[in-house]
Design a protein around this ligand. Sequence first.
Ligand code: ADP
Length: 447
Amino acid sequence: MFDKILIANRGEIALRVIRACREMGIRSVAIHSTADSDAMHVRMADETICVGPAPSTDSYLNMAAIISACDVTGAQAIHPGYGFLSENARFVQIVEDHDLTFIGPSAAHIRLMGDKITAKDTMKELGVPCVPGSEGGVTDVAAALKIGEEFGYPVIVKATAGGGGRGMKVARTAEEMQTAFQTARSEAKAAFGNDEVYIEKYLTTPRHIEIQVFGDGKGNAVHLGERDCSLQRRHQKVLEEAPGPAITEAERAHIGEICANAVAKMGYSGAGTIEFLYENGEFYFIEMNTRLQVEHPVTEGIFGVDLVREQIRVAAGETLSFAQDDLQINGHAIEVRINAEKLPSFSPSPGTITHYHAPGGLGVRMDSALYDGYRIPPYYDSLIAKLIVQGRDRPEALARLHRALGELIVDGVDTTVPLFRALLQEKDIHTGEYNIHWLEQWLEGGG
Ligand code: ADP
């Protein structure tokens, strides 16, 4: 096992990794930018090292500085968290070339899944059901129009290098295709430096269902059920829950087995998430994320496992500490993403936290890097806390969420907390009857 791990991230996820390290008796090294010298992850780690100025490109994405930081501190492994360098195959290669361990899958698996066209091809071959669409990339409008005709409108044009909901455009008619195709391409070029796009059938009322998988890199793999992440704004998740209110035990076992088998066959190592759209009882693969997800705590809650600990174990060459039969679902968990954003525009709201009080009690978990007097810097993601609640069943989890939100105090900046208070008044949230468009339609209607 490692003696020392460097965490190439910030905020709540850096704390999350520090906590796992401490429980395993591993020393932690926090990296930080000059803007984060008073951040909680810096206060909590065993050692800290400044890797550059405020902009992420100069600090949290600065590969040379991060490798040097391992050298200086003697860290043997790097945990990337999510975002930043977590799905950067080139970084993983550099880490390995320096005889360090990347806590995550191989560069080859990251590259394969990072390109959505090769990801879809691979999954199809492994027997995973995919959204019908173009065979590979589409390079001109004429070809795009042909696919539109073949599959029937609406269709969605997507960037193969896409992420964060960018580089995606829906075409509802042949007339809309020209603009959708060009816009998706230019957005993809600007955001990812790669304008390759592909086209798939646009599903009109799906839920977003994702399967948590885990491989040991030696051909063994398990699944840890699904998370329903259908409540989204601009293709970004806002609330996640597990188990999915619309998924039956038989469906879970069926799609879970397909995913675990695919991961085993790939020889995949570490945590991963296979994302699907789910409509009329069918699952359609959209992408695989080769890292820990923001919403991993809901899975940890219902299965009672520590996914970060498992990531570290597997990266150190140990076998998975659980087999499929050991994994039993217990109750229901819900996570809400608390962002420093002003409603109703959701514009970033950085500033100083004048007062912070975290909720507590049975079934409440608060993953956050906030503290009284903390200054939220304007340079990074607006996620400041994740409130995760768990109950014996979904109604109890919802009641607990209501209770916990009532205890939470975050003063000094605007947050998305009022959104969740309002959502809890909605019947559809209580019945679980929502799809990926529900939240935007509700917001358009005035919330
Ligand atoms: P990203 O990598 O940018 O997150 P994804 O492929 O994971 O992109 O898609 C993000 C979201 O976009 C999905 O959760 C869903 O809401 C929507 N989406 C993607 N593909 C389709 C599709 N074929 N039909 C309908 N909605 C889609």
